[in-house]
Design a protein around this ligand. Structure first.
Ligand code: PLP
Length: 223
C-alpha cells in the first residue's frame, strides 16, 4: 500500500457515509491542505489520486508550485492575504482563492487583476461564529457585500462562500456556525454561488452534514 492510502480511503469512506445520507446528488470536493508538508508528501498524495491542494501562505505556495510544476495540480489559496502579496498570488494562477475576507480586499485583488488583464475565481469568507480572531465578513452583511463585489469587481468571479467552523469542542456550536454559512450559500444560489467551502480535519463530517461541498482537510490526511 502506498503512503497515505489507508487514511485517505478512511476519510473518503467517512465523507461518503454522511454524503449519501444527506444528499445523493451532491459531489463533495476535497482540498488537501498541504501547508505543513513538503513537495515530496504532496507528490505522494498526488500518486494516490488527489489533485487539489491548498496553501495558506503565498511564499510557500510559490515554492511548491515551482517544485511541482510537472504535475497538473489544482492549487487553492486558503489563507489570510496581505495586500502586498496579491500580485505574487495572481502570478501563481491559483484555481480558487477561498479567503477573500472583505469588500476592501476584493477591490484590491480586482484592481491588480485588471492591471494584469486576468480574471480570478474567489469565495467570500464569512466569519459565521463572529470570532474576533477570525477574518471574514459578518453573516448579516454577507449577501450585501457579495452583491457589491459582483457588481463592482469585474475581474473577479464569485463562486460561493468559505468559512471556518466555530473554535470550540461543542458540536452544537460548530454546527450552528456551519448552518449560518450554508443558509447564506443557499440564498446566493441565484447569484451563481457554486461552492460552500467549510469543514476541516476535526469537523469535516459535520460540515458535509450541513451542506458543505468543498472540504479543506490537512492534518488528518498528512499525519
Ligand atoms: C490549516 C487550514 C485548514 C486545514 O486544517 P486541518 O485542521 O489541518 O485540517 C483548513 N482551512 C484553513 C483556512 C486552514 O488554515
Amino acid at each position: 500500500m502506498k503512503k497515505y492510502e489507508e487514511r485517505y480511503d478512511e476519510i473518503l469512506t467517512n465523507i461518503e457515509k454522511v454524503r449519501v445520507r444527506v444528499n445523493q446528488h451532491q459531489i463533495v470536493k476535497i482540498i488537501a491542505v498541504s501547508k505543513s508538508v513538503d513537495a515530496k508528501e504532496i507528490s505522494q498524495m498526488y500518486d494516490i489520486g488527489q489533485r487539489a491542494f491548498g496553501e495558506n501562505r503565498v511564499q510557500d505556495l510559490k515554492s511548491k508550485v515551482k517544485e511541482l510544476e510537472n504535475l497538473p495540480i489544482e492549487w487553492h489559496f486558503i489563507g489570510r492575504l496581505q495586500t502586498n502579496k496579491i500580485n505574487a498570488l495572481i502570478d501563481l494562477n491559483p484555481t480558487l482563492i477561498h479567503s477573500c475576507s472583505s469588500l476592501e480586499l476584493a477591490k484590491e485583488i480586482d484592481k491588480r487583476a485588471k492591471v494584469k488583464n486576468r480574471t480570478l475565481d474567489i469565495l467570500l469568507q464569512i466569519n459565521s461564529a463572529k470570532e474576533e480572531q477570525k477574518a471574514g465578513v459578518m453573516p448579516e452583511l454577507a449577501i450585501e457585500i457579495y452583491d457589491e463585489i459582483a457588481s463592482t469587481c469585474s475581474n473577479l468571479n464569485l463562486k460561493g462562500v468559505m468559512s471556518i467552523g466555530a473554535h470550540t469542542e461543542e458540536k452544537r456550536v460548530i454546527k450552528e456556525s456551519f448552518k449560518t454559512t450554508y443558509d447564506i450559500f443557499e440564498k446566493l444560489n441565484k447569484q451563481g454561488a457554486k461552492y460552500c467551502s467549510m469543514g476541516m480535519s476535526n469537523d469535516y463530517e459535520l460540515a458535509v452534514e450541513c451542506g458543505a461541498n468543498m472540504l479543506r482537510i490537512g492534518s488528518v490526511l498528512f499525519h
